[in-house]
Design a protein around this ligand. Structure first.
Ligand code: NAD
Length: 435
């Protein structure tokens, strides 16, 4: 008989499987990075290690004591690189969260911030927990304990968290409150806060809207058109919902969408407004939706014939295992790290155009930057100013990536990494991080 608790054993088993996947995905990001290094003659190969290894990793134990029942959790924060400014990156609450997973995510944040031209480095963190299985009170306590433990390594000029999977504006409000207890009122410690609590207009919709705008510009640059394009979206949370709404506004047809319960499909296009109402006000899971549609699994959804596929849920969902079943003409990465390096190579050999996460989902961190800048000035921009700056900066990042893609004759991902790497490298040199 084992002396280890069942939850501990379950968690360890899950971590083992997850770590094998995570190390593949960590390798994936580093493969993409080394491909970019290869194209930049002025950046020596030896620096690969410098940009692969995060600067700092912190793991903490978090204990909840509710109704005399103790629950133990692990919290993580990985700070990858801060050459361009304070570390920046989301907080994810998910049962499979692990240090290895956050290493990949933190690295992506470094390149994403550099690509869109904002003065931040890259970080990521969170708690290995199922937020749906916790009460609001437990979630608040857990979040505040996480902040208490991470207090020495976060701050408006050090590391600025934001929402990610399993967290939202309410969680960010708790982060703000806990940090301010020790430091005085400091809204700039975290972004993605509620509008009433020094949040920014446009933050909630930013990532999804950004995905849709990038999809529009990318289709215009290829033989596709967004007008009447058939779109398939995996994930119906923050990113998936706003992307679906904006894509429909831009003239596309969302034919399939899913959440963790499964998906819905209609060849003539789904009623996205009704699905949003059902999900957000009736709190339904998509597999309970009784509108006109066909019920499909997440696996089926990935294999649908469509113009655009938008993964907007978990990472590592397109790998060498299912790549040959993908029938999309273009993939716009709403999620972070959804495609493995092998799968990307295979899909591109078949002519599929892939728009990388560090560009496609950068809208969120862009408005997070606006929120941080507003908080430092204790001033709130209006919606128009947010929207104008948002479109302008995102379009600039798109144009620069497209230009690099043409001039170097590389795919969009390598082009995006080349731009980001040049910027981070220049800043590192100027600071004297390396020779
Ligand atoms: P969210 O928690 O709001 O929504 C996640 C969605 O994915 C939910 O609909 C959930 O049901 C679904 N899902 C979970 N497991 C699934 C599975 N196995 N199969 C299918 N669907 C599943 O999260 P989010 O903020 O929308 O983030 C989604 C992705 O976008 C993540 O990869 C995240 O890192 C990335 N991202 C988010 C932001 C942001 O601002 N929120 C910014 C950049 C990137």
């Amino acid at each position: 008989m084992s002396f280890l608790s069942k939850r501990y054993r379950d968690q360890k088993d899950m971590n083992k499987g997850r770590q094998a996947e995570d190390s593949k995905s960590e390798a994936g990001v580093n493969v993409f990075l080394s491909r970019a290094l290869h194209h930049l003659a002025n950046i020596q190969d030896e620096l690969h290690m410098f940009y692969c290894l995060p600067k700092r990793e912190v793991r903490v134990q978090l204990v909840l004591d509710s109704n005399d029942k103790m629950k133990v959790f692990e919290g993580f924060r990985v700070q990858h690189n801060n050459a361009l400014g304070p570390y920046k990156g989301g907080l994810r609450y998910h049962p499979t969260a692990s240090m290895q997973h956050f290493r990949t995510m933190a690295s992506l944040m470094t390149w994403k911030c550099a690509l869109v031209g904002i003065p931040f480095g890259g970080a990521k963190g969170g708690i290995a927990c199922d937020p749906k299985a916790l009460t609001a009170e437990e979630l608040e306590t857990l979040t505040k304990k996480y902040v208490e433990q991470m207090m020495p390594i976060i701050g408006p000029k050090i590391d600025v968290p934001a929402p990610d999977m399993g967290t939202n504006a309410q969680v960010m409000a708790w982060v703000y409150e806990e940090y301010s207890k020790m430091h005085g009122d400091e809204p700039a410690v975290v972004t993605g806060k509620p509008l009433e609590l020094s949040g920014s207009f446009g933050r909630e919709s930013a990532t999804g809207n950004g995905v849709a705008y990038i999809a529009k510009w990318a289709t215009e640059a290829s033989e596709l058109s967004l007008s009447n394009a058939k779109i398939v979206i995996q994930g119906f949370g923050n990113v998936g919902q706003f992307a679906a709404k904006k894509l429909v506004e831009l003239g596309a047809q969302v034919v399939a969408i899913s959440d963790s319960s499964g998906g819905v499909y209609s060849s003539s296009g789904l009623n996205v407004e009704k699905l949003l109402e059902f999900k957000n006000y009736e709190k339904g899971s998509l597999n309970e939706w009784d509108g006109e549609c066909e019920k499909i699994t997440n696996e089926d959804l990935m294999q649908l014939e469509c113009d655009l596929l938008v993964p907007a849920a978990l990472g590592n969902v397109i790998t060498d295992i299912n790549a040959n079943a993908i029938k999309a003409k273009m993939i716009v990465e709403g999620a972070n790290d959804p495609i493995s390096a092998e799968a990307q190579d295979f899909l591109e050999s078949k002519g599929v155009v892939i728009i990388p996460d560090i560009l496609a989902n950068a809208g969120g961190v862009l408005v997070s930057y606006f929120e941080w800048a507003q908080n430092l000035q204790h001033f709130q921009w209006n919606v128009e100013k947010v929207e104008e700056n948002f479109r302008e900066m995102l379009k600039k990042a798109w144009k620069e990536t497209a230009e690099k893609h043409r001039s170097l004759k590389v795919n969009y991902r390598t082009a995006a990494y080349c731009i980001a790497l040049e910027r981070v490298h220049k800043a590192s040199q100027l600071r004297g991080y390396h020779g």
